[in-house]
Design a protein around this ligand. Structure first.
Ligand SMILES: [Zn+2]
Length: 262
């Protein structure tokens, strides 16, 4: 007896050519979590093909072994063209996709991860992308870690629950600690109070300072966390960190200036 066909919206996390005319896809579906799928003949089809970071509607029959499934139908729902015109935006999306692949097991029910991914890609729906004027992405990355159970909230000390003097991130509990609780711990990373405040707020508007530094600081910490949890590094994250560092040096009024330059 064959299983009933399933259908769902899904994000293409990864996509590679397969044989002459097909593609192998890693999908994050709304209803069935991560799916490894083959789209047979997809490269023969006319019009825009299936690509990374597209949103698609797919129909498939679950495989009995839980492995690769064959899509019987697919339709593009959204292609996020602005993602493809900004290098930074594309890098950011790559880090998102690689994070999900690294953090979630195949075929898990990951409703929250899907919802966060939807929030993440929605930010690229506008024509123009102003990726680094908002800290929204950074908070979404943190929520992703929280939703898969790997990290704690920035609102309080993970041990004593105080909201004061949260100046440390502990890699042993994967959450912020206050001065007192961090005392004597050796696997801690110092974080500034501004960073903690930014991470603990829900509002993305109202931040008036230069976010670039904090975003860079965030991705250093994020890379360290991902490395410890998954024992791998995300190739796009290294590129993103490099790009952020270069960008910072192109904004001279943000860094201490040599007075002789003026
Ligand atoms: Zn504490």
């Amino acid at each position: 007896m064959s299983e009933l066909a399933r259908e769902s919206s899904a994000y293409v996390l990864d996509c590679r050519d397969f044989r002459e005319t097909s593609q192998l896809l890693v999908l994050l579906s709304e209803k069935s979590g991560r799916i490894d799928a083959v789209a047979r003949g997809s490269r023969k089809a006319k019009g825009p093909g299936l690509d990374r970071f597209s949103k698609v509607f797919v129909v498939w029959r679950p495989s009995r072994t839980g492995g690769l499934v064959t899509l019987s139908r697919w339709e593009l729902e959204e292609t996020y063209p602005s993602l493809r015109t900004s290098y930074l935006a594309y890098l950011l999306a790559s880090v998102w996709a690689e994070s999900i692949v690294a953090l979630t097991a195949a075929a898990g029910e990951e409703e929250e991860v899907y919802r966060l991914t939807s929030d993440f890609f929605c930010t690229f729906q506008q024509e123009k992308v102003v990726v680094l004027s908002t800290l929204k992405h950074v908070r979404l990355f943190w929520k992703l870690l929280e939703s898969v159970g790997y990290a704690g909230s920035w609102r309080e000390c993970a041990i004593c629950k105080t909201r004061k003097s949260l100046n440390w991130f502990s890699f042993s509990v994967m959450a912020p600690l206050c001065d007192q609780c961090a005392f004597g711990e050796n696997d801690v990373y110092p974080v500034s109070s501004t960073f903690v405040r930014i991470m603990g707020e829900d509002k993305t508007e109202g931040w008036r300072g230069d976010a670039t530094l904090w975003i860079e600081a965030f991705f250093h910490l994020y890379g360290e966390i991902i490395g410890r949890i998954t024992e791998r590094s995300l190739p796009s994250l290294e590129l993103l960190k490099k790009t952020l560092a270069q960008r910072k040096s192109r904004v001279p009024f943000r860094v201490a200036r040599d007075p002789r330059e003026t």
